[in-house]
Design a binder for this molecule. Structure first.
Ligand SMILES: *Cc1c(COP(=O)(O)O)cnc(C)c1O
Length: 222
């Protein structure tokens, strides 16, 4: 069930910080998304392609759909027609595939590069060296069907706030470096922070947070 009071509180908090709220609706029913939509929410985040396609068909077309999960190359083509921002671009291969499919469908798609900042090996993303290579001058110029809008990262899943803050600081610093290497003004978003750590993320310079369970309640994967 949607926690409306909590949602409105978080929304105010984010407005003060000039940060975008992506309401993470994965596993949650269409009715819950509609309830938030009625309150004015337009940015929603989903992790699974099949689920996203179903919801997108049922819900209003002015919703901004953020794909925040691990995206398989062979599924890219399905979301290209409507996706607003792909957060989890975690390999050059995936980036090239998004560019290719967007070209075929006549779109320029906004993406964020996912950076591996957590201690866990299981979290996807570019490491620092790969990131440097990606943003070498000239490297991205031939990718005319994507726009890299910034970086995304997930901190370690730990109670240790010092560790989480350290990881956010590192991502912010990588963001600043990349930003200075990217020509133009499109590189603007730093997507970091979720229910458990969004306040720390905001304090470290996040301007886009992905919040699910605080708004929609705990997820049940059964
Ligand atoms: C599920 C998910 C979230 C939201 O998690 P909550 O803890 O429910 O806020 C944020 N980001 C990503 C990448 C996710 O997969």
């Amino acid at each position: 069930m949607v926690n409306q009071a909590r949602y409105l509180e978080i929304r105010e908090e984010l407005k003060k910080n000039d940060a975008v709220l992506v309401a993470v609706s994965k596993t949650k029913p269409v009715a819950d998304i509609r309830a938030l939509y009625e309150l004015g929410q337009r940015d929603f985040g989903e992790n699974y392609v099949q689920e996203l396609l179903g919801k997108q068909q049922e819900l209003p077309s002015d919703i901004h759909w953020h794909f925040i999960g691990h995206l398989q190359s062979n599924k890219v083509k399905y979301i290209i027609p409507f996706v607003h921002l792909i957060h989890g671009v975690d390999s050059l291969k995936l980036l090239l595939e998004i560019n290719k499919q967007a070209g075929k469908q006549g779109r320029v798609v906004d993406v964020l590069i996912q950076v591996h900042i957590a201690q866990e090996e299981t979290k996807f993303g570019f490491d620092e060296t790969e990131l440097q290579q990606l943003f070498q001058p000239g490297k991205l110029t031939e990718l005319s069907h994507i726009k890299i809008r910034g970086l995304m990262g997930m901190a370690s899943n730990t109670e240790d706030k010092t560790q989480v803050i350290k990881e956010f600081k590192r991502l912010k610093s990588l963001f600043d470096t990349c930003k200075s290497n990217v020509p133009g003004n499109d590189f603007t978003y730093l997507s970091m922070g979720m229910s458990s750590d969004y306040q720390e993320a905001l304090a470290e310079g996040s301007n886009m947070v992905r919040i699910g369970s605080l708004i929609f309640g705990e997820r049940n994967y059964n």
